[in-house]
Design a binder for this molecule. Sequence first.
Ligand code: F6P
Ligand code: MN
Length: 325
Amino acid sequence: MQQLTQQLQDNNTPADLIQLILSICRACKEITTQLQGGAMTGVLGSAGAENVQGETQKKLDVVSNDILKQTLIASGSVRAVASEEEETIVAGNDEGHYLVAFDPLDGSSNIDINSMVGTIFSIMPAPASAAVSEQDFLQPGRQQVAAGYVLYGPSVMLVLSLGDGVQMYTLDQQTGEFILTVDRVQIDTETREFAINMSNQRFWAPPMQAYIDDLLAGSDGPREKNFNMRWVAAMVADVHRILCRGGLFTYPWDKRDPDKPGKLRLMYEANPMGMLIEQAGGAAYTDSGPILDIQPEKIHQRVPVILGSINEVNTCVAYHQQRPF
Ligand code: F6P
Ligand code: MN
């Protein structure tokens, strides 16, 4: 079975991009060690602070952010990073060719219940000039050079796209190597499974309510088939399930807070996951069209998200022809 480094070299990946991906792997192995310590090492629980989004930070959010930030800044290939846990961008090497946006620990409410979490990353080209600003990060997702995540589950997996399909690698805990275990991931076009936080139903736009009502009606309703529901409460794990066996995932528009037209963040959640889903033959939408076509306005921007099996995403989007979601 092929190792990550060998596979990247065989595919003529630029040397500095390989360096960068290996830096992310090193950081994620360190995060794995921290997660595995759990209650024994005192890393569980709240850090007693809020991040820029007003969310309570867990100690492991802070620890994971520091590990990734320091590793990437030291890697030489990185001009600057943007993180869910950092208010502004952090500069790296003036000569680095890449910008990296990341969610250091997605699904962190799962930490204290020993359930799945992950690290999500998006790699973009850096500007030609040495000086770098937040503006340089505001590139549509189509311009991503690479995107991926590391899922900390029963096994630790790296899922990666460099714009030519999606590969899954499993961490061999004995050797510390990521080994290619699924080549060219392909999402089923049809599905009978969906993922949404149903407790928010009353806040959704009417078309989303109508779409979900029809799924719930099952074989008695207009869809004439029964659907199953799953919700891990960690996007990284819900997306992983969809890459493995299809499905539809949505965190839709809701009316609670006009400043938050969705919960998920464009630069380090929706864009990298959108690239993986499209590269695996699925679809990833927001209310104005494909996620990857959004022109970002700020690094912590939030967007509604619908992604997964292409036919089901198209069906859901069709319910919203005249309305937002
Ligand atoms: O990062 C935001 C996030 O934790 C996602 O990983 C996840 O899909 C979602 O929020 C969970 O939201 P809720 O708390 O509404 O279940
Ligand atoms: Mn997240």
